[in-house]
Design a protein around this ligand. Structure first.
Ligand code: GCO
Length: 440
């Protein structure tokens, strides 16, 4: 039987935690939260399945923090909801929102956990979509102001903070593939947001530095691309996939440039001064977050706009999202950051986990054996890197609870803890108990 005894082999100061995000758990109908692009997208594209209730974390946050603590985790990654802090405009703060995050941070700290907040995990206030959202740099400026506000108001409660969660999802997935809010499908919008979301990051870093001495990071989601076969066309297609999905963001952050192939397609849509802005975008950060889930098999496919590839899935064991188990990709990206970008920067695995079709069985036990296996094989990769003296400092399981899984609504369960969406009961799964057994 596979277990998580591997947790005991990590160094004492290695930090284990869990991750969540505001829209996915809080419940937007509470506490005067404003409307975001996700409420709008859910209404237009997802039959109204939205985050109004989510996990009612606003009501249950103390219980949720207790679950984290009792499993033996040391740190908690969560995000601030911009529309909860500034529901109506960019000036008038919602005191109920401020109060909620103050209480949450207090609870985290009093429980002996380290707070690891993210400023932006996708719930952009709807007012920005009326002025083209992330396609316009107006949003970036306000994002800088929001960052300053957060640091000033809550900054004595945490040390580490990240600016943006998964810029690829904010831009390409949401503006080229149209799968996430705002659901746009065009290359011009995609290219603009690919740059602007990084510019927003730079505005945030500048604001945070001017306010406090935080340790600042950004969280990138890397996906491993593998040519579907050894055909030269597919090898080139994989290179382009890798540049759009991964290197666009890491090259910009660490090297102040964009990768060539992707740039040859997207440059014509970028603002004229993008090179000057890249200098700001590449100003030093203190740590990097890596979210990792799976690989894709890449195949050449002609397209008028030059994005000549398609993603396929292979024959490895799959999660309930249809994502293959491919743990090798995780150590591959850890090494890539360390060897190709910055051999000193501390690396945190800020998300890793799987959706499983979990069912409550008699006696309320949830036998998510596949999830335990998933964590086990990924933790092995991380441990190998630690043993090779690479600066990997922590690992966050995605996610604490089953929650609102974006375009999939409540149908995909990623939690260590089962959420009964009828009565909002939290029921720890076997994977939770495995962590608890070896962390405590
Ligand atoms: C992401 C997000 C999470 C998701 C998780 C599973 O990585 O897409 O940060 O919000 O829920 O990744 O898809």
């Amino acid at each position: 039987m596979i277990n998580l005894s591997i947790l005991q082999d990590f160094p004492k100061d290695f930090k284990f935690g869990v991750a969540t995000s505001s829209y996915q758990i809080e419940g937007t109908m509470y506490g005067n939260c404003g409307r975001s692009i996700w409420d709008d997208f859910a209404e237009r594209k997802l039959n109204g399945i939205d985050g109004k209730l989510a996990c009612k974390h606003i009501e249950y946050f103390k219980e949720d923090i207790k679950l984290i603590k009792e499993a033996g985790f040391k740190t908690y990654r969560f995000s601030f909801a911009w529309p909860r802090l500034f529901p109506d405009n960019n000036k008038d703060v919602n005191l109920k929102g401020v109060d909620f995050y103050k209480q949450l941070l207090e609870e985290i700290n009093n429980s002996g956990l380290e707070a690891f907040p993210t400023i932006y995990h996708w719930d952009l206030p709807i007012r920005f979509q009326k002025i083209k959202g992330w396609e316009d740099q107006e949003a970036c400026k306000h994002f800088g102001d929001l960052s300053f506000f957060i640091s000033k108001t809550f900054g004595d409660q945490f040390k580490k903070i990240s600016t943006i969660n998964e810029p690829w999802c904010v831009s390409w997935l949401s503006h080229y593939l149209g799968e996430h809010a705002p659901g746009i499908k065009n290359i011009r919008s995609a290219a603009k947001t690919m740059h602007n979301i990084l510019f927003a990051h730079s505005q945030s870093v500048e604001a945070l530095r001017s306010c406090n001495d935080h340790q600042i990071g950004i969280v990138l989601n890397n996906q491993f691309g593998q040519p579907i076969d050894s055909n030269e066309e597919n090898i080139q297609a994989t290179k382009l996939f890798d540049e759009i999905h991964n290197r666009w963001f890491s090259d910009a952050i660490f090297k102040g440039k964009y990768p060539e192939l992707a740039l040859s397609i997207l440059e014509k849509y970028l603002p004229e001064n993008y090179k000057t802005q890249l200098e700001l975008i590449s100003s030093p950060i203190d740590w990097i977050g890596l979210n990792y889930y799976t690989r894709s098999l890449i195949k050449y496919k002609k397209s008028d706009n030059g994005v000549n590839y398609e993603c396929n899935s292979g024959t490895l064991k799959k999660t309930d999202m249809g994502w293959e188990f491919y743990p090798e990709g995780l150590s591959y990206f850890i090494k890539r950051i360390n060897k190709e970008y910055d051999n000193n920067i501390p690396i945190y695995i800020t998300e890793n986990g799987m959706a499983n079709n979990d069912k409550l069985s008699i006696g309320n036990s949830i036998k998510d054996h596949d999830r335990i296996e998933f964590f086990n094989i990924h933790l092995k990769e991380v441990l190998d890197c630690v043993n090779e003296k690479l600066p990997v400092k922590g690992y966050f399981a995605w996610s604490l609870l089953d929650n609102y899984e974006w375009a999939f609504g409540y149908s995909k369960r990623f939690g260590l803890v089962f959420t009964d969406f009828q009565n909002f009961k939290r029921i720890p799964k076997n994977s939770y108990y495995e962590f608890q057994k070896y962390l405590k």
